[in-house]
Design a protein around this ligand. Structure first.
Ligand code: SF4
Length: 500
């Protein structure tokens, strides 16, 4: 594996935090009108290096990096040599280096999901803020693709910080309206943006174009006035801060609204509440709470009635509540990229969800929806932090649940990857036997709260396939179907022989 390196700067101070070694990689699909290094645009050329040589090279400068510094890949467009960049970052991260990539978002997209999780700082070059200026400045019609690159950073595993950079060219983006557009396109990533920098366009690259015999598209455009560029940089940063404040207010309002929605569903009947409290008092969850505080805890939790089909929480919801199912069933799922629903778990009486989110303060990554009418105990974050955060019983419970979920997810992956339809269907039935099976004289009875489609989504099969397989199992005498919602397992052993 080799890469093409145009040049190396050993003690850079502006391309990422602290002191850094900067590798300028060859290749760039853009043709920015102001590009100072048109010689980097060709993919091949320059110095040929292996990832191991890159690591060996930076090792000599490591003592200068201090706490913050490290290694930056710039260009050209470093994402274009995707495989090489990935291999370099992987080795560098393995050695504990701080990493930075300076990119315009036009590279080899096959490697984005591998590269981005390894990047600590992304210097995001924003060429223009609308389609027309983008095409005029870069010579490609790629604004939509650029916006998509920005929007998918999180989904592709990027968890670092972003420095946004823009080269301001007079007559293209040097206005307050343009700054408003600028801030708008940063919205999907605003929580990660650490700074916005504006670099005033200058003409020192013109000479290089003459030497290379390439026509210069900005011939006659004056350099950008530095003071005006600074003014607009301050303006953009202020707008951005205002946007962030607005976002926080919107989030606060959304949380209030959510609380109101939950409160609206609160169990109203006193008798019902008293009965639920009796049961809740006996839960291990409360066993570490001092007896004199139990009443307080119960008065602060919300006892919500959720109708079948209602969404209880969704992907991206902040970790504000933990949910304990008092009665009923809830499905936990994600919508996959091809629009299918993938169900991970079905939770029922006594199960809880969200404990880990509250403990480590991560947003929900899946959707929780009531499969049947449910009664759910909603535990607000403040209550969790006050009474449960340090409770060994709760921590043990969260750990046990997390472990069960990992095992469950592993089994699911194995089923999806290695099983055929019979194995998946048998595996699903065996899971259901464990979760909701009731022994009767006729066999093990499964009362389903899921439709055929949901059963399919749970097991990684299409609705038609699961319906066909259940029909086959019935003909073989393994099961009996009673209407759409009851399955009686007649031959457990036969089903077990399908399981891996
Ligand atoms: S992205 Fe950078 S390297 Fe590529 S053309 Fe534009 S200025 Fe030049």
């Amino acid at each position: 594996m080799q890469g093409f390196v145009h040049s190396i700067e050993t003690m850079g101070l502006v391309d990422g935090p602290g002191t850094r070694t900067i590798f300028f990689l060859q290749g760039c699909p853009l043709r920015c009108a102001y590009c100072h290094n048109p010689d980097t645009q060709k993919k091949a050329g320059g110095r040929v290096m292996t990832p191991a040589e890159v690591v060996e090279f930076v090792g000599r400068y490591r003592p200068y990096y201090g706490q913050e510094g490290g290694v930056t890949f710039s260009g050209g467009e470093p994402l274009l040599q995707g495989k090489f960049l990935y291999e370099c970052l992987k080795l560098l991260k393995g050695e504990g280096y701080n990493t930075c990539v300076d990119s315009s978002g036009f590279g080899d997209s096959r490697y984005y999901s591998r590269i981005l999780p390894l990047v600590d700082t992304l210097i995001l070059d924003v060429k223009a803020f609308n389609s027309r200026s983008f095409q005029e400045l870069t010579a490609i019609d790629g604004f939509a693709e650029y916006l998509s690159f920005i929007a998918k950073l999180h989904e592709r595993g990027f968890r670092g910080q972003i420095w946004v950079r823009h080269v301001m060219v007079p007559g293209f983006t040097d206005s307050e309206e343009a700054m408003a557009e600028f801030v708008r396109i940063l919205r999907p990533i605003r929580a990660k943006v650490d700074r916005i920098e504006i670099l005033p366009y200058h003409t020192s690259g013109v000479k290089k174009y003459r030497e290379l015999g390439i026509p210069y598209r900005l011939e006659g455009v004056e350099p950008m006035d530095k003071e005006r560029a600074k003014e607009l940089e301050i303006y953009a940063n202020k707008l951005f801060a205002e946007d962030l404040r607005q976002e926080r207010e919107e989030q606060a309002a959304e949380r209030q609204e959510k609380l109101k929605r939950i409160r609206d569903r609160e169990v109203v009947s006193r008798a019902e509440k008293a009965e639920m409290f009796q049961t809740l008092r006996k839960l291990p969850l409360l066993s570490d709470v001092p007896p004199e505080d139990v009443e307080d805890v119960l008065s602060e939790v919300i006892l919500a009635n959720i109708k079948a089909g209602e969404v209880i929480f969704k992907t991206g919801d902040p970790p504000d509540y933990m949910y304990l199912i008092y009665q009923g069933q809830m499905k936990i799922f994600v919508n996959t990229m091809d629009g299918e629903e993938q169900i991970f778990y079905i939770y029922r009486d006594g199960d809880f969800v969200g404990g880990l989110n509250l403990l480590v303060q991560t947003p929900y990554r899946y959707i929780g929806q009531a499969l049947t009418d449910c009664k759910v105990v909603v535990i607000p974050k403040a209550v969790f932090n006050r009474y449960f955060y340090n409770s060994p019983v709760v921590l043990r419970g969260v750990l046990t649940k997390s472990f069960e979920r990992i095992r469950w997810a592993e089994e699911l992956i194995q089923r999806l990857v290695t099983s055929n339809a019979s194995m998946k269907t048998a595996g699903l039935l065996l899971k259901l036997v464990k979760r909701i099976g009731v022994k009767t004289d006729e066999g093990i009875r499964l009362e389903l709260s899921m439709s055929r489609e949901e059963l399919g989504n749970y097991s990684g099969l299409r609705r038609e396939t699961i319906t066909r397989k259940l029909g086959e199992f019935r003909e073989l005498g393994y099961i009996e179907l009673v209407g759409n919602r009851v399955i009686i397992i007649k031959d457990l052993e036969a089903l077990e022989s399908y399981a891996l």
